[in-house]
Design a protein. Structure first.
Length: 343
């Protein structure tokens, strides 16, 4: 029988981590047992704002603490493998933020530990909790657009002043497609399935002191002869957006994670509606970093002994597509995507 109350710790005290802390405090069955960060000022600020008494600077103390039941890891991507593996081996459940890791091999190692320990591991692909995207998936699954033909999404974000403490984002292994592009890639996978092939292009014109391309485009082949496109830019000069468009045989949806309305172009022969008419504007709540819903989903799986809603396979599969896109840019040719083994 599953536990009724779980002591949960959060590793990392940045902005996203604090959203998870708030989510834990708002979720029945979850107790914010402690927080951790090596940055003293951020740790003290989070301790004060979240009213959490146990605040430490060494995450391994929580690994060894028998009172800890689960860990939420919101740290630089480079740390995910070590931290996730340690907590799983100690018998703790883990919610690890996206991207699961920076290489498919690291993801597979995390999954090996998960399988060997029998632990519970969820990956935090936050777009699946974004109200607009969740509604779009529901509408598509209900057949509102008919059969999908083409899907596209983007991650447009100006990283000029977002290098991260210690420049952790400025890492040759952390290509923009992996670190940021995992959002639109996971979104399209969630809605259209696993692409089989990717052909990507990139350039490097904005963030000249960063080691990787700052603008990329990837064309993908999805199941059922659906085509797709993902645009990623971390050096663009505009406000953050994940504008996404879904084209089907019966209609089209245009949406964003920061827009209060979804545009639906829907053919209805009975009403004589045509595609060129103004779209239906469907109101939606804006919450593009809905960590509370992510925590609720995590805790629901733990409290009710359910499978994790975003499994380690899902997290690793998204990284697999990202890495294939990066490989395609370097090779100048299409790449067949290798997915992790399912278990």
């Amino acid at each position: 029988m599953a536990k009724k109350n779980w002591n949960v710790v959060v590793i990392g005290c940045g902005a996203m981590a604090k959203l998870h802390m708030k989510g834990i405090k708002a979720t029945e069955g979850a107790n914010l047992y402690g927080i951790c960060d090596t940055h003293a000022e951020r740790l003290e600020t989070a301790k004060r704002e979240l009213e959490c008494e146990l605040a430490i600077d060494n995450w391994k103390q929580f690994v060894e603490d028998p009172a800890v039941d689960a860990a939420v890891i919101v740290t630089p991507d480079q740390m995910h493998l070590e931290m996730t593996s340690a907590f799983l081996k100690a018998g703790k459940a883990v919610l690890c933020e996206k991207p699961m890791a920076l290489t498919l091999e690291e993801c597979e190692e995390m999954r090996r530990v998960e399988k060997e320990t029998g632990g519970k591991l969820m990956i935090g692909q936050i777009c699946r909790c974004t109200p607009s995207f969740a509604l779009v998936k529901k509408m598509i699954d209900e057949g509102r657009l008919g059969e999908l033909m083409f899907v596209e999404s983007e991650y447009a974000h100006n990283y000029t002043l977002a290098r991260g403490i210690g420049d952790w984002r400025v890492d040759p292994k952390r290509h923009a497609v992996i670190g940021g592009g995992c959002h639109p890639i996971d979104l399209l996978r969630w809605i259209a399935g696993n692409p089989t092939e990717v052909y990507a292009y990139g350039n490097h014109k904005s963030l000249l002191d960063w080691p990787t391309d700052d603008t990329t485009i990837a064309i993908m082949k999805f199941p059922n002869d659906v085509m797709g496109k993902v645009f990623v830019s971390t050096g663009c000069k505009r406000n953050y957006t994940m504008r996404s468009v879904f084209y089907g045989t019966k209609g089209t949806i245009i949406c964003d994670n920061s827009n209060r309305e979804i545009q639906l172009f829907e053919n209805n022969d009975e009403l004589g509606k045509k595609y060129h008419e103004d779209p239906q504007l469907i109101p939606v709540v804006v919450n593009n970093h809905n960590a509370t819903e992510e925590i609720r989903n995590f805790m629901d799986a733990l409290l009710n002994d359910k499978p994790m809603p975003v499994s380690s396979f899902e997290g690793a599969a998204t990284v697999a597509v990202c890495c294939a896109a990066v490989e395609s840019i370097a090779a100048g040719k299409p790449i067949q995507i290798r997915y992790p083994e399912e278990f």
